[in-house]
Design a protein around this ligand. Structure first.
Ligand SMILES: NC(=O)c1ccc[n+]([C@@H]2O[C@H](COP(=O)([O-])OP(=O)(O)OC[C@H]3O[C@@H](n4cnc5c(N)ncnc54)[C@H](O)[C@@H]3O)[C@@H](O)[C@H]2O)c1
Length: 259
């Protein structure tokens, strides 16, 4: 049976661990080729080896990429396009949680660093990948925002601002591609707390069980999410099942934003 993304060629950033790795695993299992990009080169190489063992040689390719660096984006997309025989999907997933503290306490340098990793990455990825997606229509861009891009907290100014920017930039990209007459969609996913290493600082502060229980108490469904909860949303947006969905935000948040 053909997979849900059979024949697709998908470029995933921040793919060494967490949500990026989960998305890569799910789409590879559903028939796509994947290009795995991350500043953690060892991490993406290990995942590529694993996926090539599971799905056959040529299923996955690994690249060192710092998503804040334009010249690296250009070179890596060119290499991935050659390796996979095209690019039809882009997942802008790499991101950092950023410093905690009120707006008066946060250093400008911290704010800029978070904006750079979380927002410049989406701008640069779209800016340089659209030409490849245009050659492989229908194309799909999936940007991993956060519920924190829709709902603020008092102590995460950089993360809130960056994820809100990803939300609207996704819509801007959707309208730009449509205006150009391209069948290239752009959507954002908004997870709440998901069980990945991004939660480790909190686990360090309160201990694993108490940290996860604290987070779970804020979620109407009473639990934190699993990486596959986000990967399956990504799979839908990367597949042709979502062919009429663009400029949308998909909240995968256990009900938090309904309150
Ligand atoms: N896990 C959650 O609770 C949660 C909730 C909402 C949104 N998100 C978002 O999901 C995305 C993935 O988060 P995660 O939980 O998997 O985090 P994670 O920390 O486990 O993984 C992030 C990955 O991004 C990579 N990365 C960081 N900076 C990079 C850079 N400059 N260039 C290239 N790669 C870089 C890291 O090496 C790492 O492999 C992020 O954008 C995050 O903001 C996560």
């Amino acid at each position: 049976m053909a997979g849900r993304v059979a024949g697709k060629k998908i470029f995933v950033t921040g793919a060494a661990q967490g949500l990026g790795a989960a998305i890569a695993r799910v789409v590879a299992a559903e028939g796509a080729k994947v290009a795995l990009a991350d500043i953690n080169q060892g991490g993406v190489e290990a995942l590529a080896r694993d996926l090539n063992t599971q799905h056959g040689a040529g299923a996955a390719f690994a690249y060192a990429l710092d998503v804040t660096r334009e010249e690296q984006w250009i070179a890596t997309l060119e290499a991935a396009n050659a390796a996979m025989g095209g690019i039809s999907g882009l997942v802008n997933n790499a991101g950092v949680a950023g410093g905690k503290g009120g707006v008066e306490e946060m250093e400008l340098e911290t704010f800029r660093k978070v904006m750079s990793v979380n927002v410049d990455s989406v701008f640069l990825g779209a800016k340089h990948a659209i030409k490849y997606l245009a050659q492989n229509q229908p194309g799909s861009i999936v940007n991993i925002s956060s519920i924190a891009g829709l709902i603020a907290s008092w102590n995460t100014p950089a993360y809130n601002a960056s994820k809100a920017a990803v939300w609207l930039l996704s819509k801007n990209i959707a309208l730009y591609c449509a205006k150009k007459g391209l069948d290239v969609r752009s959507n954002s996913i908004h997870p709440t707390f998901i069980d990945t290493p991004i939660l480790d600082p909190l686990r360090g502060m309160f201990g694993k069980d108490e940290a996860e229980a604290k987070l779970a108490r804020q979620v109407p469904l009473g639990r934190i999410g699993k990486p596959d909860d986000i990967a399956l949303a990504g799979l839908y947006l990367l597949s042709d099942e979502s062919r009429f969905v663009t400029g949308a935000e998909l909240k995968v948040d256990g009900g938090i934003s309904a309150m």
